[in-house]
Design a binder for this molecule. Structure first.
Ligand SMILES: Cc1cc2nc3c(=O)[nH]c(=O)nc-3n(C[C@H](O)[C@H](O)[C@H](O)COP(=O)(O)OP(=O)(O)OC[C@H]3O[C@@H](n4cnc5c(N)ncnc54)[C@H](O)[C@@H]3O)c2cc1C
Length: 309
């Protein structure tokens, strides 16, 4: 990234010098035609210096624009770019797509991954890909070619290690034990091992609102007890997304300490189709962070929907 900025700066500096020389030449020719002598050369020099200064100042902006970096996040972007690109090169993958979240001081990034199927000869075998270049498969991981299957990230379903393992196991069960088995991709829990960590299972509030007529949200934002003891300000957010008609819990979202550990157990209940009433009938373990999950009674209405927030 820094190399790119330097390269672009050099390129824009060359444009600036060319522009100044050309302007100077044009002015000199005009002055010579009108025979203005030394006064003319003086004016030409002042104009040239002024335009050089202005253009050089502008060149910084040109360079940054060319490299598509925000001035504030250049360093962070460079580190992330090198890290992700390094990982891809090390594992023989094509270059990643990196998106910058449009914020004056961004602190979150999302990277994309492309399926690496080049050189496998899929086109010769007639294996179909989906619109994003993943190998297209049915729920049994069968491709359109009878004797070819695909599992894992290359099929672009859910890119997680345990999912790839389960898809592989289901394939083996189907094909080698003659027991048709498919992996159910619903309610697969996942975690982001950030600080604080995030744990998620099921639908987001936005997805649930699109898919269901009526949605209830339960939300708790609090300071975990172990942090209050040491006077730390770190907070925790928990949210339950509930089908307003059946009472079934559609999603659980946690951002706070041990979120990954907690979400694993919440996923068992969500996968079994637990209702909010059943969930609430579970007695709390005190004092824990997870006890807040089973003690949320007030519905939360976001301000966008007329609630107090
Ligand atoms: C930075 C990062 C962090 C992640 N963290 C997590 C996490 O915390 N938890 C989690 O569950 N998942 C995580 N994942 C996702 C997880 O790594 C993948 O979902 C998982 O590895 C998918 O398994 P797979 O077998 O489909 O593919 P891979 O593990 O990628 O295996 C594919 C294999 O095929 C080989 N290969 C490719 N082309 C050829 C060829 N032409 N000939 C022979 N061999 C070939 C590759 O070298 C590779 O060994 C992470 C991924 C990344 C990139």
């Amino acid at each position: 990234m820094y190399d790119q900025v330097a390269q672009n700066k050099r390129r824009s500096a060359a444009i600036v010098i060319g522009f100044v020389l050309f302007t100077t030449l044009v002015i000199a020719v005009i002055l010579w035609l009108f025979n203005l002598g030394f006064i003319g050369i003086g004016i030409a020099a002042v104009v040239a210096i002024a335009s050089a200064w202005g253009a050089y100042w502008k060149s910084d902006q040109i360079a940054l624009k060319m490299s598509r970096a925000q001035p504030a996040d250049e360093h962070t972007y460079a580190r992330l770019h090198n890290l992700v690109e390094g990982l891809c090169i090390a594992s023989g993958l094509p270059k990643p797509r990196i998106y910058i979240i449009d914020d004056p001081a961004p602190n979150a990034f999302a990277t994309g991954r492309n399926p690496y199927v080049t050189g496998l000869g899929l086109e010769n075998a007639g294996v179909k890909l989906d619109d994003h270049g993943h190998i297209a498969v049915d729920k049994f991981s069968r491709t359109n070619v009878e004797n070819i299957w695909a599992v894992g990230d290359v099929t672009g379903r859910i890119n997680l290690t345990p999912v790839a393992i389960r898809e592989g196991a289901a394939f083996a069960e189907t094909e080698f034990r003659n027991n048709p088995t498919s992996f159910d991709h619903e309610a697969v829990a996942s975690a982001v091992f950030s600080q604080p960590p995030i744990g998620v299972v099921g639908l987001s509030e936005a997805d649930a609102r699109h898919q269901y007529k009526s949605i209830d949200i339960y939300r708790a934002v609090f300071r975990p007890m172990k942090y209050t003891f040491v006077g730390a300000e770190e907070r925790c957010l928990m949210k339950l997304v509930v089908d307003g008609e059946s009472g079934r819990i559609l999603g659980v979202h946690i951002c706070g300490p041990d979120a990954a550990e907690i979400i694993q157990m919440a996923a068992v209940a969500v996968k079994m189709g637990v209702t909010k009433a059943q969930w609430d009938s579970t007695c709390a373990v005190h004092p824990t962070l997870a006890e807040e999950l089973v003690t949320m009674r007030e519905k939360y209405v976001p301000p966008e929907l007329g609630g107090l927030g």
